[in-house]
Design a protein around this ligand. Sequence first.
Ligand SMILES: Nc1ncnc2c1ncn2[C@@H]1O[C@H](COP(=O)(O)OP(=O)(O)O)[C@@H](O)[C@H]1O
Ligand SMILES: [Mg+2]
Length: 261
Amino acid sequence: MPTIAVASGKGGVGKTSVSLNLAIALAQLGKKVVAVDADVAMANLGVLMGVESAPVSIHNVLMGEVDVKDALYDGPAGMKYVPASLSMERLNKIDNQRIKNAVEELAKTFDYVIVDCPSGLGIDAESAIKACRQVLLVVTPEPTSLADALKVKNTAERFNSDVIGVVYNMRSHEKGEITPQDMATVLGAKVLADIPFDFTVRRASALQEPAVMNYPGCAFSRSMRSLAYRVAGEQQPLEEKLKKGFLSEIVEFFKKIFGGQ
Ligand SMILES: Nc1ncnc2c1ncn2[C@@H]1O[C@H](COP(=O)(O)OP(=O)(O)O)[C@@H](O)[C@H]1O
Ligand SMILES: [Mg+2]
């Protein structure tokens, strides 16, 4: 079953937002999904859902204290997640290599294991990438983000991970901004999602409400649903593509006028 590392070189590009919302969107498609917070130093996945302290976390798993199956929590739409601990205590007791076993164990019972990786290429990030068979690169339009993503891609390939694609996040459509085509060429991978900068993501994160659950009509959530179909290798129905977007409102409007509804 797919085990997907959501990775980037640069921090703050949207890995945690994508990991959580992609996991929920896949769960909404009826898949059995678990999201794992492998960013042990930053521990943001639970925070995005309003869970700041969990009695058992990935830290306990990486310290060899508990089995990963005992660190699963219920998330929205039936997805499960393994949070990280916000506490910095005992971080030095962690064995990053244990993440591989944990991911492999989860892959036995879940259709998708989505791993929210730390930024960069430190031992924690490398171990998380190595633990997964696939990698999804999250990249923003800055040249530094692209350059760092290229390094992550090369590292992932060294580990025989399959780079399944790129999430182009926070696009602003500024003049001179790198295009999705250029990004695909530089990274040698398909752009699976092209997401604009969307203030709703900031609001969702400030209110600790996952965007795809609470703001299903925003540009980010619609991109996440399309991404989920692509990752699952399924065709997205047209009505679903248009759902709750501007276009769907226009379609509804014309249906009302001409459709006799
Ligand atoms: N498409 C987007 N538009 C606007 N803000 C975004 C978008 N994607 C993510 N963000 C915001 O950017 C910040 C960093 O996102 P996060 O998912 O924590 O990144 P990372 O895990 O890579 O560090 C958060 O405040 C998040 O709400
Ligand atoms: Mg993060």
